[in-house]
Design a protein around this ligand. Sequence first.
Ligand SMILES: *Cc1c(COP(=O)(O)O)cnc(C)c1O
Length: 458
Amino acid sequence: MADMDDTVRRHKYELSEDEMPTRWYNIVADLPTPPPPPLHPGTHEPVGPADLAPLFPMALIEQEVTTERYVDIPGGVLDVYRQWRPSPLFRAHRLEQALGTPARIYYKYEGLSPAGSHKPNTAVPQAYYNAAEGVKKLTTETGAGQWGTALAFAAALFGLECEVWQVGASYDAKPYRKLMMEAFGGVVHRSPSELTEAGRLLGADPANWSGSLGIAISEAVEVAAGDPETRYALGSVLNHVLLHQTIIGEEALLQMAKAEDTPTLIVGCTGGGSNFAGLSFPFLREKLAGKISPRILAAEPASCPSLTQGVYAYDFGDTAGMTPLMKMHTLGHDFVPDPIHAGGLRYHGMAPLISHVYEEGYMEAEAVPQTECFAAAIKFARTEGIVPAPEPTHALALAIREAERAKETGEETVILTALCGHGHFDLAAYDAYLTGQMTDEAVSAERFAAALETVPQI
Ligand SMILES: *Cc1c(COP(=O)(O)O)cnc(C)c1O
């Protein structure tokens, strides 16, 4: 027991504001082959900047396609980042002790941001660049509500309006997330809604009533495409989003150096792949340069396993088929995942960059059932004192599996994970777990096969 032991250890590795990295890292510059380009949904030709201009400001379109290794973070973004960045890196001594493992476990904690997750790392620059180009309003989707909260916060700082389509299941289950978005000035709709053609069309099918990220994206994209003063913002998946999140890994590299330790395993949860890419890509750069050799492992939910069960193919990012076609690991764009508690991981596809890195063999993936995740979350909460968001509990579950393995093999194991958000708005999920009502529903092979039928043949 921690309180029976007078040992005082080093728990927290911090950076000063002045030590905070001032550029984002673009992995594309260091990959031996470039990722396949997105294609126009109509012509199947590679999309150009003009195709994307109705949806995104030019600065972000440039970041989407850049092959430069580093992109400078604008001063106006650094200024906001400094409210909560650099974020702390913790050594989980008490969790290690409870597990009785010789493994050393570190976690980079993103829950101290205004939204309580890593999402503001990209919401802030996205709002910044849109405002700089004269955009008046941003539309977006949100699953668990983390992204909508982050964007509403960032939009408020830069004087933009923000309209959010929240996946029906989480709109119903998480009223406090909606209220937080509204507190920041966001306008929130339950998706599928009556406000868009896509929403009316897809909402007519009762199977879509609980909504999905794919449907909510269709709604937000439709509204942005129809208004010259409005642009769309995406919270994950795209190259520029992954780029912005690399601030996490750049800081963690400096902090691991302060801890005088080197990870042998980097594990993170993957919904669209942004927090995982953000943590792991700077370490992958060091690995490609031959300086370190950690395993890099994605943790995905067993009910939405795009990396381990999906195909690597061109597919739409949304359900209505309005977005460009992206080459990615996908379960099929009309796959509607079961309403599991990790709403942020219920996306049919995986970031094209993560999918490419996975195909090239630089990383691995494992799927985890949600009850194992919550068992890990409870162990973590009772030792480290933080109640994690349901999403990063997938990474914690794999970290614990690995720490248990280290006990048997005695192999030197140093685990680094991103605790990418807190679970203060997800306590209903903890209630379900603690009262024994949480279950693991296996997805049938037929359901996977049916959704894969909708992947276009390209
Ligand atoms: C959105 C979200 C995720 C999933 O998105 P990624 O792009 O895969 O990071 C995971 N965890 C939290 C806390 C989130 O808010």
